[in-house]
Each structure stands twice: as structure tokens, then as C-alpha cells.
Design a protein around this ligand. Sequence first.
Ligand SMILES: *Cc1c(COP(=O)(O)O)cnc(C)c1O
Length: 387
Amino acid sequence: MSKPSTLASLVVDAIQSVVGSSAVLHEPRFNGNEWKYLKECLDSTFVSSVGKFVDRFESDLAAYTGAKHVVAVVNGTSALHVALQMAGVKPDDEVLIPALTFVATANAVNYCGAIPHFVDSEERTLGIGPQALREYLQDVTETRNGQCVNKATGRVIRALVPMHTFGHPVDIEGVMAVTRDFHLALVEDAAESLGSTYQGHHMGTFGLVGALSFNGNKIITTGGGGAIITNDPVLAKRAKHLTTTAKIPHGWDYVHDKVGYNYRLPNINAALGCAQLEQLVGILEAKRRLFERYQDSFSKISQVSIMVEPVGCMSNYWLQTLVLDDFSADQKNAVLTATNDAGLMTRPAWMLMHRLEPYLKCPKMELPVAESLEQRLINLPSSDYLL
Ligand SMILES: *Cc1c(COP(=O)(O)O)cnc(C)c1O
């Protein structure tokens, strides 16, 4: 007698056939020059916010992403915070962000004194759907003095922040058309998408400014870290100034011309970043192989699919994502329980932003797709060394 094949036990078997008997969700590996560069930092005494690895990490990132300018900072959230300021976001503005994102996107808007305004996703990319957003903005906004104004609140909607979910690029061309037509600044939350491209161009380089993250769970890590990327030399200079306490360069005088931030990435973290970035191409290949193995393994289970990169895009496949079909959404918790009980670490997508206590009263469009995805997305073990 065999026990009935519930969806949950089928998923456990399918994951185990790819990764073996147990696996965590995502773990970094330090197989390159990490120790060597860290030792150089310690030997030189340059462990803090000045040093050759900070400059090198910025130029290596610029070369890799194709962005003309990079400012390395202490984490992805601070990168977003300053990126939004660079885009002109001011207190009492509204900023359009996806409801389906990590809380940092909403928090960064809040740090500017602005109000997040939540936008729906589309199933194909998991990110902002430009067509539904366009129709919504046509209804609820009007143009006053060349600015997009929310008719219900009277506030200016200053910027739009698409996020490339789990590494999958949004329909960035559609999003750019919306920002052009509605006079919005485009700031990309590219925290999850280092190594992802849309028609050959790196995510984070389409907008005025983009934010990257190198947190411990991201595709490469500096411990904690982030970067502001932009093609605009003036914005880059302002971002560097603002993230280094707004100090006017001088031999010894402490003159600060605004309220700046101590957001500069320490050299010791940048040293890790340089070594990790050297390994990114191999990491991306391993992630893609893992995706292909999962796709093959899950092709035998009709109620689920593995998230595939959108057409015309290269995803970094940072976190592999299982998508339950509409009729199996009620199995999500059973699948999470069975996989975690079996030693296979899986996680649901984030709780949507408009359900979080600090953001309950924020404006939002109808969110049918995000609300459905919230019930149907499960991240699978995704470390690059699994195969
Ligand atoms: C990780 C992440 C951030 C923030 O990065 P930290 O380095 O953790 O501050 C921002 N947005 C998204 C979508 C992220 O996944």
C-alpha cells in the first residue's frame, strides 16, 4: 500500500530529485579571492570607508552593469533611500511601488517623508504590469503644472519604482512609457537583479537611478552592502556627497553643506564584493542549470510550474520560484509544511505591503494579481552550489 500522492508530497519528491535530501533556501560561498583581499585590507589598516577596494568595487560594478557611475553604500535600503532623493522625492509626495515587494522598497519611500502608493503585478514577470497601471493612472490622476497629481489626495506622484522580483526583469519598456506619459521619475529597485538583463541591458540602468543590494542572501554578498547606479554624472556626484556626510573636501576643516548620511560602504565589505563579483559569471551559470533541473523535475506535476524568465530577458534566477495554479492555492501551506519538515527550506513570497501595519492607510490600486500571487508563490532552495 502506498500513501496517496498529495501535491505536497509530489513537490517534496521533485525538489529532492534535484537537490538531494536537504537544503537551505540560499547561502553564499566564498571560493575566490575573499580571504586574500580581506587580508590586504587588514594589513593596510584601510578597513573603513576609504580604501582601494571601495573604488575598485565601484568601477568593477560599472564595467559589469554598463552603468556610467556607481556609488557603493552600506546596504540596498540606503541605496534606495538616496536614489529616491536623487529623483526629487520630497516629503508629502507619493511614490508608486509594487505591493508585492520586500518591505525595504516601502520603507525607503517612508524615510523620504513620502507615501507609498501600491501597484499591482502581472503574472508573466511578477513585477508591475504597465497596462493596468496606465489605465489606473488615467482614471485617478491629472496633470497640473507638468506634474502627476493624485486627484483623490491632491498630492504629487513623483516617481515609479519597479522591482525585478527574484531576479526576473519587469516589462521595463512598458514601464518607461508610463513614466514618460505621466511625468514620473523612474527609480529601479534592482536589489534582486544583479546579472539580469532586458534586451541585453542590465537592470537598474533604465531609470534615472537604480539600487543594488549585496546583503548576505543576495546573488553576491559583501556581508551588508548596496550600490546606487546611474548614467547621470551630476546625480552620481550628489549621491556620493550625500552618502559621505555631505562633507566639502578639505585638508582638515569639517564643513558639511547639508544633512548628509554616513552610508559609505567600508573597504572591508568592498573587498568581499570585489572577490564575489569575480565569480558572478559562474554563479549565474550554476543558477541557470539549477532552474533547468527544477523545470524538468516539476514538468511532471500539472498543478505547478517553475517561474521562467520573461521573453527577451535574461534572469539571474536568484531565487527559484514555484508557482501553484489557481486551483491549488489552498495547498500552499501544506507544501510549505511538508517541504520544511523534510529539511527542504522553502518560503512564501512576502506579505503584500498594503497589509503591513505601517502601510495600511496608503493609497493603492486594485491588486488582484498580487493578491493571487501572494497565495501561490513558493521560493525553493536556490544556492548556486546545489548542482
Ligand atoms: C534585499 C532587498 C532590498 C534591500 O536591501 P538590503 O541590502 O537588505 O537593505 C530592497 N529591495 C528588495 C526588493 C530587496 O530584495
